[in-house]
Design a protein around this ligand. Structure first.
Ligand SMILES: [Zn+2]
Ligand SMILES: [Zn+2]
Length: 139
């Protein structure tokens, strides 16, 4: 989703476009990794925008309620969020705890078809995280 599209979505919900909110949309739009409240505060600081943690939590809840972002559950990582729409998996490094989002194409379609056939289970979504070591940590 483009930032303009996201802004539209927020306006439809009568949300105001505050400086913090606009910056957060930028961060989510360009992030290659799910964001936590802590990483958002760091990114805001780089732009010299001050906000307290409570504001960030409130913003995260608003953006989640609006359907702009969704929570990603990663073991050993704080509450993380990423942009909705678009299907991603995550590479989680057990050494440095870096998380990278990766896009897969049609990778599980045949498995989901098999589940429908063999288990009579209709899959509507799945989440898949890979745990291991990144290049730096495996040296
Ligand atoms: Zn690593
Ligand atoms: Zn998938």
């Amino acid at each position: 989703m483009e930032t303009a599209e996201l802004e539209k979505k927020i306006r439809e919900r009568n949300g105001r476009m505050t400086r913090v909110r606009k910056a957060m949309l930028d961060f989510f739009g360009t992030a290659e990794t799910p964001l936590t409240a802590t990483s958002i505060l760091e990114l805001l600081a780089k732009r010299r925008i001050t906000a307290n943690r409570t504001t960030i939590y409130r913003e995260l809840r608003f953006l989640e309620d609006t359907g702009v972002i969704h929570e990603v559950r990663i073991i050993g990582h704080g509450r993380s969020f990423e942009l909705s729409g678009g299907h991603r998996h995550h590479l989680v490094c057990l050494g440095c705890h870096d998380v990278k989002s990766v896009a897969f194409k049609n990778h599980l379609d045949s498995e989901e078809e098999r589940l429908l056939r063999d288990e009579r289970f209709r899959v509507s979504d799945h989440s898949l995280e890979f745990y291991g070591l990144c290049d730096k940590c495996s040296e």
